[in-house]
Write a protein that binds this ligand. Structure first.
Ligand code: CP3
Length: 368
């Protein structure tokens, strides 16, 4: 059986999109989760000018500026929209704030029947600043002929990961409140997740219409669930999102990526959920994962972010180990190099160049 080669947008560098769609590449593409952020002094300067993280995220010009900062320093193969997964529950009226050094907080939590009854898919107008940022970034990435430098990735949290924050009211060490609701009132939990899934699908489709060239669902806390609960409360709703997403926009294929932190034991089921790419954390062996998924999906990952605290020679060694563990992508396989989770705010910025440059140089050499 032959399938038509998907149509890709005109880009100076389309390695990332090609790898997502399991097409051959000259070298392995690389980008980093949380590549725009606090480890960069220029990010901290722009955030201080904007006053706060949300001041930055809600100002399309400033969000564009910080999106491009890591691309100015490093030879990255993709840009990721600067925003946050928690913009969606904020638009649902939960009142998001970030107190300095304290992480996210919601003014209103969703822990009982009355709070669940009030939830609804938000009006996308409340998230207009996100779509404006997408348009602004796409413009900034384009040359005078409309050719983009690298593709722009849009993103959202998964229904389950968003529910964790909505029920807990912020970050959590034990997920006690969200799991209490899940076990005591599965009906309410399913209601929250169904609304989240439809909100996330609409949010991602609106990002695609604004110009996002790939989209990623962050299921950052899927891995805290028990086997069985993961399938029922996380994966089923990630599937509900994927089934609603636009696969093409203006004739171009839009790859979909799903990243479940701690999802290594469920790779087979995640690979069947309907995405083009599965993101993996550092607990997984890439070669084994590749054998498991076959030509169903491309893989993204999976260097331990703490490797970036070692010395440059050690970083090179670890990057090469990761590339060797995937091996040379053959026909029908794709690898996008990334970290296994977001980059730490304490990372020395100069260590990131070692990672990016080693990925390109070594993977080119691997291809012979
Ligand atoms: O990758 C990028 O460069 C794009 C921007 C991006 C941010 N958050 C910016 C941000 C992305 C993709 C996210 C996703 C996100 N946000 C996730 C999923 C990915 C993951 O790490 O698992 C989650 C769980 C969140 C929720 C969130 N946002 C938390 C827990 C925090 C505070 C602590 C922390 O980890 O940074 C945020 C704030 C946030 N989002 C910052 C940035 C750069 C730091 C805020 C600051 O500048 O003070």
């Amino acid at each position: 059986m032959t399938s038509a080669t998907p149509k890709l947008p005109s880009l100076a560098n389309d390695r990332f999109l090609r790898a997502c769609l399991r097409l051959p590449t000259d070298a392995t593409p690389v980008w980093l989760m949380r590549q725009a952020g606090r480890y960069l002094p220029e990010y901290r300067a722009t955030r201080d000018k904007a006053g706060s993280f949300m001041g930055l995220a809600t100002n399309p010009q400033a969000a564009c500026e910080v999106t491009l900062q890591p691309l100015a320093r490093y030879d990255l193969d993709a840009a990721i929209l600067f925003s946050d997964i928690l913009t969606v529950p904020d638009a649902m009226g939960l009142g998001l704030s970030f107190a300095a050094g304290e992480g996210p907080k919601f003014a209103h939590v969703v822990r009982d029947e009355a709070a669940v009854a009030k939830l609804a898919v938000p009006d996308m107008d409340k998230l207009r600043y996100v779509f404006d940022a997408v348009r602004t970034i796409r413009q900034a990435l384009s040359d005078s002929n409309g050719v983009g430098r690298v593709p722009l990735i849009g993103f959202s949290g998964s229904p389950w990961t968003l529910a964790c924050y909505m029920v807990e009211g912020g970050g959590s060490d034990d997920y006690r409140l969200v799991k209490t609701l899940m076990y005591q009132r599965p009906d309410l939990m399913h209601r929250i997740l169904a609304i989240n899934a439809d909100a996330v699908a609409l949010y991602l489709n609106t990002q695609i219409e604004a110009g996002a060239q790939a989209v990623m669902v962050f299921d950052s806390w899927g891995g805290v669930l028990a086997d069985g609960a993961f399938q029922e409360f996380s994966l089923a709703y990630t599937k509900r999102v994927l089934s609603q997403l636009k696969k093409e926009h203006e004739g171009f294929r839009i790859p979909h990526i799903v990243f479940t932190k701690g999802g290594g034991l469920w790779i087979d089921q995640i690979a069947d959920a309907g995405s083009d790419v599965v993101g993996l954390d550092w607990t997984v062996n890439l070669g084994q994962a590749r054998a498991q998924v076959g030509d169903r999906v491309a893989l993204q990952g999976n260097l331990d972010p703490n490797v970036l605290f070692a010395q440059p020679d050690q970083i090179k060694t670890e990057v090469i180990k990761t590339l060797d563990s995937f091996g040379v992508p053959g026909a029908g396989h794709g690898h996008i190099f990334n970290l296994g989770h977001g980059i730490s705010q304490f990372t020395p910025p100069e260590h990131v160049s070692v990672l990016v440059d080693t990925v390109h140089a070594y993977s080119r050499q691997q291809r012979g």
